[in-house]
Design a protein around this ligand. Sequence first.
Ligand SMILES: Nc1nc2c(ncn2[C@@H]2O[C@H](COP(=O)(O)OP(=O)(O)O)[C@@H](O)[C@H]2O)c(=O)[nH]1
Ligand SMILES: [Mg+2]
Length: 584
Amino acid sequence: MLVVATAGHVDHGKSTLVRALTGMEPDRWAEERRRGMTIDLGFAWSSLPSGRTVAFVDVPGHERFVPNMLAGVGPVAAAVVVVAADAGWMPQSAEHLAALDALGVGYGLLVVTRADLADPAAALARARSELAATALAAVEAVTVSAVTGAGLPDLRAALDRLADRMPVPVPDGPVRFWVDRCFTVRGSGTVVTGTLGAGRLRVGDELELAGSGEPVRIRGLHRLGAACDEAVPVARVAVNLRGVSRDRISRGDALLTPGRFRPTDLVDVRLAGVAVAELPVTLTLHVGSAAVPVRVRPLGVDTARLRLSRPLPLLIGDRALLRDPGRRYVAGGVTVLDVLPPRLARRGAAAARAAVLATLDGRPDFAGELSRRGLVRVGDLVRAGVPVTDTPVAGDWLADPEHWRGLGDRLAGAVAEYARTHPLAAGAPVEELRRHLDLPDRSLVEALVRPPLRLIAGRVVAPGAAGLPEPVARALALVSEDYAAHPFRAPDADRLAAVGLGTREIGAAVRAGALLRLTGNVLLLPGAPQQAVRVLTGLPQPFTLSAARQALDTTRRVAVPLLELLDRQGLTRRLPDDARVVVD
Ligand SMILES: Nc1nc2c(ncn2[C@@H]2O[C@H](COP(=O)(O)OP(=O)(O)O)[C@@H](O)[C@H]2O)c(=O)[nH]1
Ligand SMILES: [Mg+2]
């Protein structure tokens, strides 16, 4: 289906032309018919000579209703610019053309109508020269009279040729269905209409409302007034929704494929057709069928940050326009460069950001996003419209290869440094390393651990850091897992043998300070005494051997020599009745 929007000054014959081509009445409202003027969007359709269907979104030409016009044009890729032969180029001819150009609409036709009333040559020449500077420069032009019917066969043939040129829609892409009308049908409930530009809609599908995020289900579908089970792009579609009342949804909302969009209220954009520094601070952003007030913060010569008054489901590369609703002019076209921009907190951040934005063109760029962000979640890129072509390094985190290598080096350095400053510890805690490297997720630290580093029970251990031979270091790494779960339970003879700690290896480890010998082969990690004191401090003082044993979650085999060691180190004091107190 070819979907085209009309464009042009009021009273130039847009609705009459649509009526003549389709036999349908685009002015739906009684008031519109009474006043003979389009106020809101109208919809009509017909067959073309090729047999394919053309559907029109007929827009109002009056300057007061430009926002309605923009809601109709926003989601439509092609336009018919209508100029009356007897009136020529007029203010809304210009404003509509500026809007189409700002939105990047490059497909369409120029139609000079009312050719029965005046020689169309002058209007045609003027319109051609106005279009020449826009994305519509190369469109075909047709001269018609909607009253006599002259030129209408040519126009139908030209519409067919336009349909042939249109880009092939993507039926398997995500759906972002901008709502241009919403109403209630007795017995069916809420119905929304719009232009389906990409993706597929099926009865039974679950979608998400952009405004509220709430899930909605498709109860029924109509395509050009006929019920259907499925709609593929491009098409004019009416969607009967289950699970949402009429007052929860309005023009400018969108139905979304769940998980593929993240409505955002902060975007960085490139502006066209305007000097950023001259823009008013507040403008209205028109995109899809939505119109929201925005605050403009200039960043570069042609780039700015927009703060939206409500979030919209925008993607990198989206085209939009800024309009001044008070002074009623199109201020400029917008290309979305980033929908998840960094905060600009530090001094100089805005200038640095402007330099980055200067290198972006709105085309989704996976490698570029990775190198700019270093680390980013898969979902964040997908929901920005960036195709993900690599696998995560951990969880759903993607990393720029160079950044990742650098982090690996910094991790090794941090682990070594930790070992120097904490000679008694069994390795650097993952959480501490996460903070040190300023990483957003512990799983990233864990994924960065590469031999010879080892991840043991929440700590990153550098075996051999104490100068131990590799087999001893490996054995120690194994027992430190035991200690992590039960720091005061000494492995028994079987366990020591199983991990390869024989008499000689134990001797080496104890000499290197990697193990603490309480007595014989009763071994703990070097940090155990300090850790024990922390536990014992929490007991009612004085405490008995049995209370200490329970608090330390260990056996007499360890508790007795451990407490004696603490006594010797002056960390605890033994009282005459054999109870003990922690020495402050
Ligand atoms: N003579 C003549 N009148 C036309 C033609 N097209 C439109 N009109 C008249 O122009 C007026 C405005 O037309 P309309 O379709 O409402 O314009 P719109 O505001 O652009 O939608 C109406 O009175 C139409 O009857 C045409 O080709 N020839
Ligand atoms: Mg009209």
